[in-house]
Design a protein around this ligand. Structure first.
Ligand code: SF4
Ligand code: SF4
Length: 188
């Protein structure tokens, strides 16, 4: 093996790294990769854009998109199930009990839960949808609206009025795709 003036073998620098140039794999032309890259760039230049200039241009999301959760207040019975199941603990519910007249004469007065507060903190929410799925009274629904960024994190707490607004932005759901089935409750 030949040696350099520093005593290191030829094709090896003073740090022991190889100075050999890599040979083209399979005897390929050295400019072939460059030409291929330029061709891809040229082809993509004339393709239709897949992105939009948000926020100047807004995309219409799919009706089933998980943008934000809306609350149908009259369906909520303050059962707290959604708040208990939320893995992020970002649903805050408060309510109180009210007495209502009995349905039949002589019966005891009825007790009804009234919703005082229903907030979702979207700075914590991870959009898992568990609250929507577990609600036994169909009070929570997905809306595809997504444009609710804020400058302050505190503004990401949406109260029941704002959640009611989101409820009104729900879209009609498209028909189920062929072969898919609507979710049905299994009787036990
Ligand atoms: S689970 Fe449904 S009914 Fe119960 S508190 Fe939540 S939204 Fe209201
Ligand atoms: S989507 Fe998930 S994380 Fe967000 S409020 Fe509902 S249960 Fe909590």
């Amino acid at each position: 093996m030949s040696e350099t003036s520093t005593g290191a073998p030829a094709n090896v620098d003073s740090n022991g790294h190889s100075t050999k140039r890599a040979t083209p794999v399979g005897g390929q032309m050295p400019l072939k990769g460059l030409a291929k890259g330029m061709w891809v760039t040229l082809r993509e230049l004339f393709r239709r854009n897949q992105t939009v200039q948000y926020p100047h241009v807004k995309e219409e999301p799919h009706p089933r998109a998980r943008g934000v959760i809306g609350l149908l207040e009259e369906n909520c019975t303050v059962c707290m199930l959604c708040a208990r199941e939320c893995p992020d603990w970002c649903i805050y519910i408060e309510g109180h009990k009210e007495k209502r007249p009995p349905r039949r004469a002589g019966a005891k007065p009825r007790t009804r839960q009234v919703l005082d507060r229903f907030d979702i903190d979207y700075s914590l929410c991870m959009y898992c949808g568990i609250c929507v799925d577990v609600c036994p009274f169909d009070a929570l629904h997905w809306s595809p609206e997504y444009d609710y960024t804020e400058f302050g994190i505190a503004e990401m707490l949406h109260d029941k009025k704002r959640l009611g607004h989101w409820e009104n932005t729900r879209r009609d759901q498209p028909a189920y795709e062929k072969g898919s089935k609507m979710k049905v409750k299994v009787k036990k």
